[in-house]
Design a protein around this ligand. Sequence first.
Ligand code: NI
Length: 172
Amino acid sequence: MKRPILIHPDPRLKKMCDPVPDISDELRSLADDMLETMYAAPGIGLAAPQVGVLSRLLVMDCVKEEGAPPQPMVMFNPEIVAASDALNTYEEGCLSIPEQFADVTRPAEVELRWIDRNGEERQQVFDGLWATCVQHEIDHLNGKLFIDHLGPIRRQMITRKMQKYKREQARA
Ligand code: NI
């Protein structure tokens, strides 16, 4: 089932999310809903607070090649255990900040530990777009948006555009 995506500014997007105690059927079904919502948007990553659930859960699939098989990832309680000194800059966007993009610089490689959909602990190194995406999504779990990496003027400009966008959506 697709779920509505919260649009910035929304107080729920600024909250620190709680760790998931154990993987229930309810949480698995939330993860499946989030994947469906992400693919439909379309997007490459989605964090639970973006659908109004303040739990440490994210989903992503950064496969870009046309016709390549999907690679859906579900991460409960993801943690960055190591990050490279090398940095990478990507033009980022966010399903909660539609049609706004900006360059954000982050570690090029990160090693992650998380609990998967089956409740198994996993650990893996990510690079390229996967590394950027997972750091962006973990930021969401800490109440942080990609615009929080920008200067205050740029951030306020985007926030004002989003307030206008939300007023227009409410009227439509
Ligand atoms: Ni986002």
